[in-house]
Design a protein around this ligand. Structure first.
Ligand code: 13P
Length: 251
C-alpha cells in the first residue's frame, strides 16, 4: 500500500505573518490519516518547521543546489534545508525549468544531492500545452522521468509529481482519463527501470489546479497517490478539504 500524501507548494508566497496558516493546519490536520507536506519559501523553512513541531505535518524546500556547499551566491543546499528542519524538497518544478532553464540532468544531480542529505525528493514533470496538443505527452513525461531520476531511488526517498504545465494556476485540469493515462504510464515506466517492488512503491502525485471541488474525483483515478497543490494550499480553508478528500479516498 502506498501511503497517500497531500503536499502544498507555497511558491514565492508567504512571510512570517503567514505562519499562522500552518498553526491552523496543524490544529485541524496535524494528525491526518495521510501524510501532509508544506513547502514554504526557503526564508520560512526553519520557522515553519518550528510551527508544526509536535504535529505530523512535514516541511519541505522548493529547490536545492546540486552541490553541498561552495561559491553559489543565492543558492541553498540540501544539507542546509535539512538543517533548517525540512524533510522533503521539490525538484524540477516547471517554474524552475522555465524561469531558470533547469534541465533533466540538473534535476537529476539535485535529486542525488537531496538523497545524499537525507531529504525525500519530490521530482516534478509535465508537458506543455503544445506538447499535449501535438500528441507528445507520454514521450515528454517519459523522457523527463528517465532523465531526472538517479539510480538507487526508493519509495521512501522519492515521489513524482505529474504537473501538466498548462494546468498550473489556470483552473484547467486534464480529464480524469488523461490523468489516469499518464499516471499508469509513469507507473509502468518506474517498474521497468527500478523493478516491480520499488517502481510500485514510488508515489505519484497529481498537480495543477487541484481544488476542494475536484480533489475527490482526481484522487479516485488509478495510480494517483496524492496531490501537489499550489494556490489552494495557501488557504487552510481550501487545503483542509483537499486533505479530507485524500483521507476519504484512502478508505
Ligand atoms: P496550482 O495548484 O496553483 O495550479 O499549482 C500547482 C503547482 O504548480 C504545484 O506545484
Amino acid at each position: 500500500m502506498r501511503r497517500k500524501l497531500a503536499a502544498g507548494n507555497w511558491k514565492m508566497n508567504g512571510t512570517s505573518a503567514d505562519l499562522d496558516r500552518l498553526a491552523t493546519l496543524a490544529a485541524s490536520h496535524g494528525a491526518a490519516g495521510c501524510e501532509v507536506l508544506i513547502c514554504p519559501p526557503a526564508t520560512l523553512v526553519a520557522r515553519a518547521a518550528d510551527s508544526v513541531s509536535g504535529s505530523a505535518i512535514a516541511i519541505g524546500g522548493q529547490d536545492c543546489h546540486a552541490a553541498a556547499s561552495g561559491a553559489h551566491t543565492g543558492d541553498v543546499s540540501a544539507a542546509m534545508l535539512k538543517d533548517a528542519g525540512a524533510s522533503h524538497v521539490i525538484l524540477g518544478h516547471s517554474e524552475r525549468r522555465e524561469d531558470h532553464g533547469e534541465t533533466d540532468a540538473q534535476v537529476r544531480a539535485k535529486t542525488e544531492a537531496a538523497l545524499a542529505s537525507g531529504l525525500v525528493a519530490v521530482v516534478c514533470i509535465g508537458e506543455k500545452l503544445a506538447e499535449r496538443e501535438g500528441g507528445k505527452t507520454l514521450d515528454v513525461v517519459g523522457t523527463q522521468l528517465d532523465g531526472s531520476l538517479p539510480d538507487g531511488v526508493t519509495g521512501e526517498t522519492l515521489l513524482i509529481a505529474y504537473e501538466p504545465v498548462w494546468a498550473i494556476g489556470t483552473g484547467k485540469v486534464p480529464t480524469l482519463a488523461q490523468i489516469g493515462e499518464v499516471h499508469d504510464f509513469l507507473r509502468t515506466r518506474l517498474e521497468e527501470r527500478f523493478g516491480a517492488a520499488t517502481g510500485g512503491a514510488i508515489r505519484l502525485l497529481y498537480g495543477g489546479s487541484v481544488k476542494p471541488g475536484n480533489a475527490a474525483e482526481i484522487f479516485a483515478v488509478s495510480n494517483v497517490d496524492g496531490a501537489l497543490v499550489g494556490g489552494a494550499s495557501l488557504k487552510p480553508e481550501d487545503f483542509g478539504p483537499i486533505i479530507d478528500a485524500l483521507e476519504a479516498s484512502a478508505g
